[in-house]
Design a protein around this ligand. Structure first.
Ligand code: HEM
Length: 403
């Protein structure tokens, strides 16, 4: 168990969470270290070959935010912004958490530990034109094709810069967003923001794959870090192109509304056929338990396919898409109930891959027409972002592109 938030030391540093910890120590008349529960103290390092927030499980709270550069903000201004952002995140994610730089800090996360905070930065296609970096534009950042089923709101799509924030505490996540927004002042403004959530660690009796707002266990057949081809599927290789993207990944972001009233009218047995898995425990309809490999070739005694021709897991499977695969790491969202009584809810779908043309694009092309689930979904916003490798000590994210 990690111990931190020593009241005496807090005063000396001037920024560290004194607050409740300090009060408790004073009331007790001594300065014992005060421990947070494991949720608060869990800490994911900011520095590394890869950015944090890709391979770790989605946190309980997520913010996806796109920024556009201010008119006249050039490459140097963008570099300075990424430096400020990286330094702020480095500070906010520290295990002993001396909060954010004083200039931006509002003390919203004053008493909390890092709570698995991750902040992941990406660049949209429009960033390169605005900063005169057209020659560094990755081929993989070609605009996503139009999918016939799309209903995209362009004002909530794309953007020069993309920030993905995740934390297991909503105040810690809000604080990070606020710090970054203030650090962006004069250089970039928020273009769109989406707020999401997923299961809180400890909410289930033992760690389990999470559920989405349709009630399905979601994430089972994701590529796993132990798979031999995990790295090559998800990350740009060390000698990949362009060189500044080595160790990076491409994030496809889709705001996918779930037509929950229509969905809820389907009997559970039909819902299971639409996905190809049992709702209660996520087992494939070809048999076994949640983690049993899916058998797409299995027939029932009556001669019908155990996993229907239009089942989501059949149409989306790598086997149906020349091996195309992606790491899905999504948050759910719920933005209230409309005048029509229908919830504005669904999935902030985030897919990570080394190349969108070998990940999201061919799979979505197929799903858009052939997936039984698509009748219950509406893709409302979309973005594609180049997420460079992580920052080393003293570096900032994107340094190899911007310096
Ligand atoms: C699998 C739900 C959108 C790609 C699954 C599973 C569920 C699910 C319940 C089975 C469990 C699992 O393996 O994770 C949903 C919902 C969506 C959605 C509710 C929209 C709101 C998408 C999109 C894509 C996608 C847009 C990609 C373009 C996949 C893939 C699998 C999968 C690749 C694994 C298939 C396999 O190999 O077994 N999804 N999904 N999904 N989904 Fe989705």
């Amino acid at each position: 168990r990690r111990l931190f938030g020593v009241a005496g030391a807090a005063g000396a540093v001037g920024l560290v969470g004194g607050g409740a910890a300090g009060a408790a120590a004073t009331a007790a008349g001594h300065h014992d270290p005060v421990a947070l529960t494991t949720v608060g103290s869990a800490h994911i390092p900011f520095e590394g070959a890869r950015q944090a927030g890709i391979v770790q499980p989605a946190q309980a709270r997520g913010h996806l935010v796109a920024f556009d550069l201010a008119p006249g903000a050039d490459r140097r201004a963008a570099a300075a912004l990424l430096r400020r952002w990286s330094d702020a995140v480095r500070s906010m994610t520290r295990a002993d958490r001396p909060a954010a730089p004083a200039a931006y800090d509002d003390q919203v996360a004053y008493d909390a530990g890092p709570a698995s905070l991750t902040v992941t930065f990406g660049f949209g296609r429009s960033f390169f034109g605005r900063t005169g970096l057209g020659s560094a534009l990755p081929e993989a950042l070609a605009p996503l094709p139009d999918f016939p089923g799309d209903h995209l709101d362009r004002t909530r799509s794309d953007g020069d810069l993309w920030v993905q924030i995740g934390a297991d505490d909503a105040l810690v996540a809000f604080h990070a967003l606020r710090v970054l927004q203030k650090a962006a002042r004069d250089t970039a403004a928020v273009r769109w923001q989406m707020n999401g959530f997923s299961r809180t660690p400890g909410a289930t009796a033992h760690p389990m794959t999470g559920r989405n707002l349709m009630g399905q266990i979601d994430g089972t057949n994701n590529p796993k870090p132990t798979d031999p081809d995990f790295e090559s599927r998800v990350f740009v290789p060390a000698h990949g192109s362009p060189a500044w993207m080595a160790g990076g990944s491409y994030a496809v972001v889709r705001r996918i509304r779930m037509l929950l009233d229509d969905w809820d009218h389907l009997p559970v047995a039909r819902q299971e056929q639409v996905i190809g898995r049992r709702k209660s425990d996520g087992a494939p309809l070809s048999g076994g338990t949640e983690t049993t490999p899916v058998d797409l070739a299995k027939f029932r005694p009556d001669g019908s396919l155990a996993i229907a021709g239009d089942a989501h897991i059949r149409v989306a499977a790598p086997a149906s898409n020349s091996g195309a695969a992606m790491l899905r790491r999504s948050f759910s969202y719920h933005d209230g109930i409309g005048a029509d009584g229908v919830p504005d809810a669904g999935l902030l779908f985030v897919a990570w891959q080394a190349d969108p043309m070998r990940g999201f694009v061919p799979v979505q092309r197929k799903l858009d027409g052939a997936d039984g689930l698509s009748r219950f979904l509406r893709h409302e916003a979309s973005g594609l972002f180049a997420v460079p490798g992580g920052a080393g000590p003293g570096e900032y994210v994107g340094q190899r592109l911007l310096e």
